[in-house]
Write a new protein. Sequence first.
Length: 409
Amino acid sequence: MNKKAAIIGGSMAGLFAANFLQKINWSYTVHEMVPEPLSGRGAGIATYKELAELVKITTGFEDKLGTNCNERVVLDNKNNIVSKIKYPQIFTSWQYLYDILLSNINKKDYFLGDECIDIAKNNNETTIIFKNGKKIKADLVIIANGIRSNLKKLVDKNKPKFAGYVGWRGLVDESSLSRETLDLMSEYFCFVLPQNQQFLTYPVSGSGKDGLKIGKRRINWLWYKPITTRNYKDILKGKSGKNHSHGIPPNEIKDVFINHLKEEARIKLPKSVQELINKTEQILIQPIYDLKSDFMVKDNLITIGDCAFTARPHAGMGVTKAALDCFDLIKNLSDTSKYNLDDNLKKWENKRVKEGLFLVNRSREMGSYIKSNKSIIMPKNKKILKETAVSIKHIRNYPNNINLFKKFV
Ligand SMILES: Cc1cc2nc3c(=O)[nH]c(=O)nc-3n(C[C@H](O)[C@H](O)[C@H](O)COP(=O)(O)OP(=O)(O)OC[C@H]3O[C@@H](n4cnc5c(N)ncnc54)[C@H](O)[C@@H]3O)c2cc1C
């Protein structure tokens, strides 16, 4: 009889898990706590050949995943290009990938409004319990419910760590930009590097069938800035008077903070970037955390994606890592001839923990200069250009690099 997995969390990691399990004829159900179809989370996702390959293996999707940039540049605060490297890359959007992954699985196995509150074990039976009263049984439980998981503790005791900085972010239609700014922002993956900070932009698709054409796309921007926990808590006090705990909806951010941001941009950032910020309809703020795991397996419970390891976004690797968690998982699950489930999962865990830890440590190093200590020495422009959001095959010392690419090329 087919084995059955229950997947908790219906975002990137959960959907990759479902798509991969489908390939080895496991039954599965996906349980997402949000009651309506997920949409518009985060904007741009840097991709690499390995992610395109994993999407193709699971879904058969072979078209381009998004927009191109061939070069990366650093701008000074007078809008001059002061460093440049060639690094052709495709940027997609969270929504675009979500739609591809969701459209390839059976809708009747994807449940919205299912918030998992507990997982109970009784003899050899595992029961997954939901807030809405539903209970199901499964042979394997895949916990893919992100960095704030309420279930990770059943497998591993690590908790998210605040990095000491936030990412302010936004999206602007290319069509709203001046010619000069459009030429710059639509051509390059752009960085500006004020002391102790990092600002970056890249083009992502716009809406509609022409969304990939220059002029119809959108520019995604991100500004990493150090912040004290106290100042962040002040920002979390919304316009309505509500104290938000981990993140604040953009319409709740008080104008005073947005005005401060624009004022700081006027002082530290070039004209093109000021234009971008000033023309952003909805500015978001995201605290940067990272998370690791000593364990990803406890009997038949496993964690994947951001729930297992969250690297800071400089690595640009979260979605690829989630896909690799699932790719390695099915390689081990389908190898039932030699091992039992416990052995297969342990083998999987051993490999995934090494890679997850490597990425978290690497992304910590990459973001280590974004802190409130003013005397910090900034990394060289070219180092940031060469290390940010690059393919695994360009990451020195990435564990299992050779094996990974033997499988893909
Ligand atoms: C600023 C920024 C930029 C980024 N840029 C990139 C990039 O360029 N490239 C890249 O690859 N990655 C990037 N990432 C990372 C990437 O977005 C994440 O790694 C990825 O989305 C993680 O997917 P996930 O499915 O593991 O977790 P999530 O997307 O967090 O999904 C978890 C899901 O579980 C659901 N859930 C939670 N609790 C329960 C419960 N109890 N029961 C049921 N459901 C539940 C949630 O509603 C959610 O839908 C970036 C991240 C940030 C913050």
